[in-house]
Design a protein around this ligand. Sequence first.
Ligand SMILES: [Zn+2]
Length: 392
Amino acid sequence: MPTLTDVEWIFVVLAALYLGESLVWVRPGVVAFVSRWGAIGSSRRCRRLTGNEQGDLVLAGLLPFDVTVLSEPLPLSMGRQGVVAFVAAAPLQRDRRPQSGEYFAWDELRKATAKGRNVNVGDRWLCTNRTERIAAHLAAKLRELADCQPDDRTQRIEAWRAEQFDSARVRKRIRTWEEATVAVRIGATLLSCWLGLGVMLYLGWLPLAPDGWIVAIYLAIFFVLWWATALAALLGHRYLYPRDRLGRLKQVLYSLLSPAVPLRLADALGRELLEFEHPLAVSAALDSPEQFRSVAQRVIRDAIYPQMPEEPVELTEAAHQVMHESRQADLQHLQRLLAVREVSFDPLLAPPTTEQSEAQSYCPRCHSDFLLPLSHCDACGSRPTVAYSSHA
Ligand SMILES: [Zn+2]
């Protein structure tokens, strides 16, 4: 095995740190939209490298100007009477995330507080969120709704729900990210080119000998680019998340530790751009018509035929009413998104085109084939399958 010099080790460690910064841990319930070659308009579902029940490790776009947009629909069913910590749908997910299924009347939600990434009501767990900032915002929003008069609250819930399905809002947030990170993306691109030049200089591929002066000038420019990019990212953070001072401090400290961090900061700044915007709204904002149609197909199948059970067991009448109201309202918003992109609803629920001639039925959620005309799909919580002959 060849032994590496100190300088070679620095380049290897930097490359490893860069790769580390390009990995994203995606928790259950979260959908990652990843840009490739900086083109966010042709985002892809990202590549899963490994994972467990706590989440998936996925590879983000690898260029300094790529971005990862994370979308996590609100994990609560909201209604006039209260909130149920359960949503049947799990859009673009294999499994539903853990949910308590408990019911909370609006009066109780005055006590909603954030503790780390969790939101609790008194000492009862309501839900876990992607970040502490999102948890704090959700707790504040629930307290604000709990304090409203019932009629006013109903209107505000509907306005908040509409925001979650608003693709124009997603597009606006992404434009804001683009504005906030222009300097970061330019700085990071120059810095990565400068590092590449450093490797070439070291390997003797340039018509320059890496003597004392050249190295001093090289390092001076390297540090200027590193810290200027970190400064641009600090300003970008302040523009995007003005109230998150602690997050800003952490970002600055990390950026000073390693030059690989500012190289990926434009991406990192995009990962918390959205709060509870639904994946179909994000797809409507970013994807081509074909990609949108394929996302819509999976989202609608899952909304109509979610993983079983569709409701928590032992629901009170009030909680059942909340679940029903919330699911109907969500479905209307999904249908509106389809209408805007001129995608018809019914063909999305068409049976799969099976390649297995002996298949007798299929799962309406995940489209797996089954050999019996009446069976159950274990992957979808034992959902009954639909016979192909029923469409004949
Ligand atoms: Zn299934």
